[in-house]
Design a protein around this ligand. Structure first.
Ligand SMILES: Nc1ncnc2c1ncn2[C@@H]1O[C@H](COP(=O)(O)OP(=O)(O)OP(=O)(O)O)[C@@H](O)[C@H]1O
Ligand SMILES: [Mg+2]
Length: 245
């Protein structure tokens, strides 16, 4: 049975795209055929993060315009056969047609085990897409603004019957904690109020490798944290160990 996973956040820059790329890479690593669909209209980044900037020939905008079919809009990632990307359009003014996106996700269930949607921004059309997902990954950093906005979005989604939500706390670092602008992790969980599926440390290699489009090294704490999230999505019992700098 395939699963549609929407990655969202109450605030920009929290790590939605990073999470989409790394959770998808992890699922592919564990042998699942995985598609990432980028809905950040006009602001694509996953082609760079996944290291296929020069290989992308088509994008979701061409599909939504009716110029190509969705499989043509899909680009394979890496040398394996498990990870694929549908890149965002370059047109920042293109309207999202939620019914078409939901329709294509449903169609992709026939081809993929997991469909990860990187949902940028919050609006009624993005909400319709999130509502169609089987699982919502809510990404927050532990800072006060991000936690408050994550809680608001999570409550809103809950009221709208999007109850299968899991929390990822990203960019966790000792340094910020010492500056006392961050909550403790248990406070973050209490505030946002949804079950935790992973804690990802602030990891400079995530930033560097993401910008260069190269895979994270096996020693990267960020890689280990995201692999653990992918394992938990697969239903594996992966204990939570947190190593922060
Ligand atoms: N755990 C981490 N450690 C260090 N840097 C990180 C981590 N997670 C994300 N970043 C960096 O933070 C920046 C923003 O991440 P990303 O683009 O994934 O956020 P986003 O939520 O998708 O942003 P937007 O709202 O613009 O779509 C990127 O430079 C990324 O490399
Ligand atoms: Mg993004």
């Amino acid at each position: 049975m395939s699963q549609i996973i929407a990655v969202t956040a109450g605030k920009g820059g929290t790590g939605k795209s990073t999470t989409s790329a790394n959770v998808a890479s992890g699922l592919a690593f564990y042998g699942k055929k995985t598609l990432v669909m980028e809905l950040d209209f006009g602001l694509r980044c996953l082609d760079i993060m996944l290291g296929i900037k020069d290989e992308v020939r088509h994008d979701i905008g061409e599909y939504l315009n009716g110029d190509i079919d969705i499989l043509t809009a899909t680009t394979k990632v890496g040398s394996g056969d498990n990870l694929y990307l549908v890149c965002a359009t370059r047109n920042p003014f293109m309207e999202i047609n939620p019914d078409k996106i939901i329709g294509v996700c449903e169609e992709m269930r026939n081809h993929f085990d997991y469909i990860i949607i990187d949902t940028a921004g919050i609006g009624s059309s993005v909400f319709s897409v999130i509502k169609a997902a089987d699982l919502i990954l809510m990404v927050t950093t532990p800072d006060t603004v991000c936690v408050r906005d994550g809680a608001i979005l999570s409550d809103f989604l809950y009221v709208k019957n999007c109850t299968n939500q899991r929390l990822i706390i990203n960019k966790v670092s000792q340094r910020f904690k010492e500056e006392e602008i961050l909550y403790d992790l248990d406070v973050v969980m209490d505030e946002v109020g949804i079950p935790l599926i992973g804690v990802v440390p602030e990891d400079n290699e995530i930033k560097v490798c993401g910008a260069k489009g190269i895979p994270l090294p096996p020693t990267s704490p960020g890689l280990k944290a995201y692999r653990a999230v992918s394992g938990r999505i697969l239903g594996n019992d992966v204990p939570l160990t947190i190593s922060i700098n």
